[in-house]
Write a protein that binds this ligand. Structure first.
Ligand code: AMP
Length: 265
């Protein structure tokens, strides 16, 4: 399984990636983590990245593409990986397409965790407090000032990837405002219907159906259950999701129900 988790800082990508790693025995490849290790080790990449990261900017594309290209060659990534924090720009996404093509690897899906920006600061503050209480070192870029820069760079440079992957019909949008457990369940359902779930039923589905068909089903089913908001760029998915434009009556009423379900904060 090869997945990308897309979402602004504080959307819960890291948390969900770790849970997927445990369930599916694949690796989480977080460029942020790799860069922090490089900074701590004082490597040439780390020296290049240090100030950029501390200021909430983006490290040059060629640097992160190089890191990822080397990393996915390692044996532990053979079974699959979740990219967390990469790609972050359209040129990075193009470079990833190229390098996966060269390595004869296929990207299965891109999951966008969509969140309301107003909760992100609160979430990051909570993360900082929890890290402090565990006696862990707090990230130097987890401050309100730097966070607002990181959010601005997400909006300007990373959000266009939503369209990029939507055009490739790879995008699935999940409501990241739900509780961690509900986001996890939504992800499980999406993966089940893509034929990549961890349950025996999901594996059976994967033998029977193609990923394309299953992804349409996933979109419909997730919309039905009203816990995720898949938004693949297919007609079926657009119908199933609660898009504001021309949503069919049925989908609209299901979406309405979704809104009334208990959400986090
Ligand atoms: P993260 O842990 O994903 O929030 O990343 C922390 C910081 O590392 C970001 O604010 C960037 O400065 C840098 N970084 C991580 N991933 C990338 C990437 N794909 N492209 C450019 N910079 C990155």
């Amino acid at each position: 399984m090869r997945l990308i988790l897309l979402g602004p800082p504080g959307a819960g990508k890291g948390t969900q990636a770790q849970l997927l790693v445990q369930k599916h025995g694949i690796v989480q490849l977080s460029t942020g983590e790799m860069l922090r290790s490089a900074v701590a080790a004082g490597t040439p990449v780390g020296l290049k990245a240090k100030d950029i990261m501390a200021n909430g900017g983006l490290v040059p594309d060629d640097v992160v593409v190089g890191i990822i290209s080397d990393r996915i060659e390692l044996p532990d990534a053979r079974k699959g990986f979740i990219l967390d924090g990469f790609p972050r720009t359209v040129p990075q996404a193009r470079a990833l397409d190229e390098l996966l093509k060269k390595k004869h690897l296929k990207l299965d899906a891109v999951v966008e965790l969509r969140v309301n920006e107003s909760v992100l600061l609160e979430r990051v503050e909570k993360r900082v407090a929890e890290m402090r209480s565990r006696g862990e070192e707090v990230r130097s870029d987890d401050t309100p000032e730097v966070l607002s820069k990181r959010l601005a760079s997400y909006r300007a440079q990373t959000e266009p990837l939503v369209h990029y992957y939507s055009d490739q019909r790879k995008l699935i949008t999940v409501d990241g405002m739900m509780t961690i457990e509900n986001v996890t369940s939504a992800l499980d359902r999406v993966l089940d219907y893509l034929g990549m779930g961890s349950s025996p039923a999901a594996r059976k589905t994967s033998k029977k159906t193609s990923a394309k068909k299953s992804s349409k089903k996933a979109s419909k089913k997730s919309s039905k259950k009203a816990k995720s908001k898949p938004k693949k760029a297919s007609k079926a998915a657009r119908k199933a999701s609660k898009g504001p434009k021309k949503a069919p009556k049925k989908a609209k009423s299901k979406a309405k129900k979704a809104k009334t379900k208990k959400r986090r904060r």
